[in-house]
Design a protein around this ligand. Structure first.
Ligand SMILES: O=C(CO)[C@@H](O)[C@H](O)[C@H](O)[C@H](O)COP(=O)(O)O
Ligand SMILES: [Zn+2]
Length: 212
């Protein structure tokens, strides 16, 4: 593929290009704000239910397992890090594990079974009744997250699902014991940006219940 010459290549500060790129960035901010404003109308009560469920689980000696693909794998790790480490305040370590990080497990299960099984086998191996599985999928359709949720529900675990796009297949797997946080957008980037606010709200709420 041949790249078009850019500002850097011809070293000319092209005003029209800067304006066009600035305008695209402004639009990203505006679109992100709009989705978050819509989410603020519908999701806080469900986030509150998620906070109570997580705090109950942790106080009873349970743990939170988190999975997702791509940007959502990064979100899973980000969230587990804030529970094990800290969010905004010092507190005890909270039992959380991202199922996206052990490359030996991921490659062995992906290679020997299938990519669809990479999270579900960890859920069956590490999970127990009373734990929570958090599945993050912007489409709601990633098969490895779907299978992890199916495995968790079979084991009597509560599920917190962060989705978008109407919830996809994942929406059909959840019941009244579970918590569904569905970002009101069909665009992956916007959904991911909303998920980050949801994850930080969950951290904040757990800290509030534990510390205040
Ligand atoms: O971050 C992005 C796009 O913004 C991508 O890496 C994205 O996470 C990947 O395409 C994922 O495989 C999408 O999976 P999902 O969110 O639909 O479950
Ligand atoms: Zn992304």
């Amino acid at each position: 593929m041949q790249y078009r010459p850019t500002l850097a290549h011809n070293n000319v500060m092209n005003k029209e290009t800067i304006e066009r790129l600035s305008s695209r960035t402004s639009q990203h901010f505006l679109d992100s704000i709009a989705v978050k404003q819509e989410a603020e109308k519908i999701l806080p009560e469900f986030v509150a239910r998620g906070i109570v469920a997580m705090t109950d689980c942790l106080q009873a000696g349970g743990k939170i397992m988190v999975c997702g693909n791509g940007g959502s794998a990064a979100d899973a790790q980000h969230f587990a890090a804030e529970l094990i480490g800290r969010f905004e305040r010092e507190r005890q370590e909270l039992a959380a594990i991202a199922l996206t990080t052990d490359t030996s497990i991921l490659t062995a299960v992906g290679n020997d079974y299938s990519y669809e099984e990479i999270f579900s086998k960890q859920v069956r191996g590490l999970g127990k009744k009373g734990d929570i599985l958090m599945g993050i999928s912007t489409s709601g359709n990633s098969k490895n997250v779907v299978k992890a949720i199916e495995a968790a529900k079979k084991m009597g675990m509560k599920v917190i699902a962060l989705t978008g796009n109407g919830g996809g297949k994942i929406a059909t797997l959840l019941d009244e014991n579970d918590i569904h946080l569905c970002a009101p957008s069909t665009r992956t980037a916007r959904i991911q940006e909303t998920h980050l606010v949801l994850l930080h709200s969950l951290c904040d709420g757990v800290d509030h219940l534990l510390l205040d």
